[in-house]
Design a binder for this molecule. Structure first.
Ligand SMILES: NC(=O)c1ccc[n+]([C@@H]2O[C@H](COP(=O)([O-])OP(=O)(O)OC[C@H]3O[C@@H](n4cnc5c(N)ncnc54)[C@H](OP(=O)(O)O)[C@@H]3O)[C@@H](O)[C@H]2O)c1
Length: 122
C-alpha cells in the first residue's frame, strides 16, 4: 500500500482544509499515478475537492465516523480497520492513502511505499 503526499519544508501539508500551494505538475503526477487505482481518504479531504466530489477514474474510499454520510458515489467506511478490510479486495500496490493528516498518521504503519513531493516552501 502507498502513501502519496506533498509537503513543504516543515512537513506542512495543508491549511484551512486546502493545500498550501497548487502545483499543476504535481497535480498531473498525482492524477497519472492514481488513475485506475484505489484512493483512501478522510472525510475532510473528500470535502476539500471541487464540489466535494470523489476523484474520477478511481475507486474512492472515504473514512468517517458518521454512519449516515453520503459520499456521492464513494465507498464509505467507518474505521481504519474497516478501510483495511475494504482494500483487501484490491492488489496492495494499487492502493493509495491520499490524506489528510489524520489518515496519513493512522495508515502509515500499513504502507510500504511513500510518494513524497517535497515543496520548496515554508
Ligand atoms: N499535501 C497533501 O498531499 C494533502 C493530501 C490530502 C489532504 N491534504 C490536506 O489535509 C487537510 C485535511 O486533513 P485532516 O487531518 O484535517 O482531515 P482528513 O484526514 O482528510 O479527514 C479527517 C476525518 O476523517 C475521519 N476519520 C479520521 N480517522 C478516522 C477513524 N479512525 N475512524 C473514522 N473516521 C475517521 C473523520 O471524519 P468525521 O469527522 O466525518 O467522523 C475525521 O474528521 C486539508 O488541509 C487538506 O488539503 C493535503
Amino acid at each position: 500500500m502507498n502513501i502519496i503526499v506533498a509537503a513543504d519544508k516543515n512537513w506542512g501539508i495543508g491549511k484551512d482544509n486546502k493545500l498550501l500551494v497548487s502545483i499543476p505538475a504535481d497535480m498531473k503526477m498525482f492524477r497519472e499515478e492514481t488513475s485506475g487505482k484505489v484512493v483512501v481518504m478522510g472525510r475532510k479531504t473528500l470535502e476539500s475537492f471541487p464540489n466535494g466530489l470523489p476523484l474520477k477514474n478511481r475507486v474512492n474510499i472515504v473514512i468517517t465516523k458518521n454512519k449516515d454520510y453520503d459520499a456521492k458515489g464513494a465507498t464509505v467506511v467507518h474505521s481504519i480497520e474497516e478501510a483495511l478490510e475494504e482494500v483487501k479486495k484490491y492488489p496492495t500496490e494499487d492502493v493509495y492513502c491520499i490524506g489528510g493528516d489524520s489518515i496519513y498518521a493512522q495508515m502509515l504503519p500499513y504502507c510500504d511505499v511513500a510518494h513524497v513531493t517535497k515543496i520548496d516552501f515554508a
